[in-house]
Design a binder for this molecule. Structure first.
Ligand SMILES: *Cc1c(COP(=O)(O)O)cnc(C)c1O
Length: 376
């Protein structure tokens, strides 16, 4: 029997979350962002859930080709554009829309001799200072793109820098970038694509023609804080599940795990879970990080080791060897584990290790529903 750990992917949750994003940005078309292999969920696994999207956005050329081969006929956007001249032919052959963030990319596209022009999203650096033309250089870049025969439709894009508490606070978050974008693009025709997940949820002013939600499609919080998406109705698209494989009954003053960082105060039953940092669970998760055993929330205690971690069984006295454990999913949000560990849900979802077997689950259970996810 394999180690009792698995990651369950819930395509129906993605479908539901996509609809939630669409309701939040009514009137805008949606690029479903599936970079990093759909934030660790697997593009092929969640692909059926994307049927309602208007386009699919990602980074890698090979991922784009995979999406075409799955039968996707609507637009595909390469968020960082192309990297060398060989990419031009692939982009043409697969009808990819490419971001263009600098003159080098414009020059690459200009070499295309293909009949079919390439649609682009001209990217402005409105303050993030990663990729894009600065506002004062944007209009000239647009003129050059327009004069390039190999280029077809030109849309205008930018990306917002705030993904923390400020993402919800309009004044301090994206308005300054939006103002710069609007000023520098005034009078330039073309569709606009600005909003990431945070802007989809909290900034209608940024919705425009196309929005680009990523993390909310998977049920995670754009700010990294679970409380910020409470009540929005997003569902977890990933459950990291395992089982208890050992139980210890400890007396006061005994310690748990490497470094002896947790000392027992009262007699305590603890469970040993088959999941460690080599599975993608964060080693930095401290004592107190939430975890669910038998559907009951409890806490991690002691240090996370490579293949195991330990939990307090006090709130679930009937738990024993074989009891199911949810590391994150519907009972414990990935963002809660991330927050406790000093990171964000995005990173944890992307980092589940290859050695963890994947199952395709049914719809993640709603809070009041008894239905458990199917384990194929
Ligand atoms: C990753 C990415 C997104 C999606 O961001 P989320 O915060 O996950 O919604 C949107 N646009 C661009 C350019 C990106 O790189």
């Amino acid at each position: 029997m394999p180690r009792p750990i698995s990651v369950r992917i819930h395509p129906e949750a993605v479908r539901h979350n996509l609809q939630t994003a669409q309701r939040s940005a009514t009137g805008a078309r949606v690029w479903a962002v599936v970079k990093a292999n759909a934030y660790g969920h697997g593009i092929e696994r969640i692909y059926p859930a994307l049927a309602g999207a208007d386009g699919i956005a990602l980074l890698d050329l090979d991922e784009a080709v995979r999406v075409r081969e799955l039968g996707w006929t609507r637009p595909i956007l390469l968020l960082e554009g192309i990297f060398d001249s060989a990419d031009v032919a692939t982009a043409v052959a697969h009808r990819l829309t490419v971001a263009v963030h600098c003159d080098d990319q414009l020059a690459l596209l200009a070499t295309s001799r293909a009949q079919q022009p390439i649609d682009i999203q001209l990217k402005m650096n409105s303050g993030m200072n990663r990729l894009g033309y600065r506002p004062d250089a944007f209009r000239a870049a647009w003129e050059r793109a327009r004069a390039t025969p190999a280029i077809g439709k030109i849309a205008l894009m930018t990306h917002f820098a705030n993904a923390d508490d400020a993402a919800i606070d309009s004044i301090n978050s994206i308005d300054w970038q939006l103002d710069r974008f609007d000023a520098a693009t005034q009078g330039i025709p073309g569709e606009r694509s600005l909003a990431n997940s945070a802007a989809v949820l909290w900034h209608p002013r940024a919705h425009r023609d196309w929005v680009r939600p990523g993390t909310i499609l998977y049920g995670a919080s754009p700010t990294g804080a679970a409380r910020h998406i409470e009540g929005i109705g997003l569902r977890a698209a990933m459950t990291l599940a395992s089982r208890i494989i050992g139980v210890q009954t400890l007396a006061p003053q005994e310690t748990v795990g490497y470094g002896r960082t947790y000392e027992v105060e009262q007699p305590m039953r603890i469970g040993v879970v088959a999941c460690g940092y080599a599975d993608g669970y964060p080693r930095h998760a401290p004592t107190g990080t939430p975890i669910a055993v038998d559907g009951v929330r409890t806490r991690v205690i002691g240090r996370v080791s490579m293949d195991m971690l330990t939990v307090d069984l006090t709130p679930c006295p009937n738990a024993g060897i074989g009891s199911p454990v949810e590391l994150w999913g519907e009972h414990v949000k990935v963002d809660e584990v991330a927050e406790a560990s000093g990171t964000i849900g995005y990173e944890l979802m992307c980092a589940v290790a290859r050695r963890v077997p994947v199952e395709i689950g049914a719809l993640a259970a709603e809070p009041h529903e008894a239905a458990e996810s199917a384990t194929a």
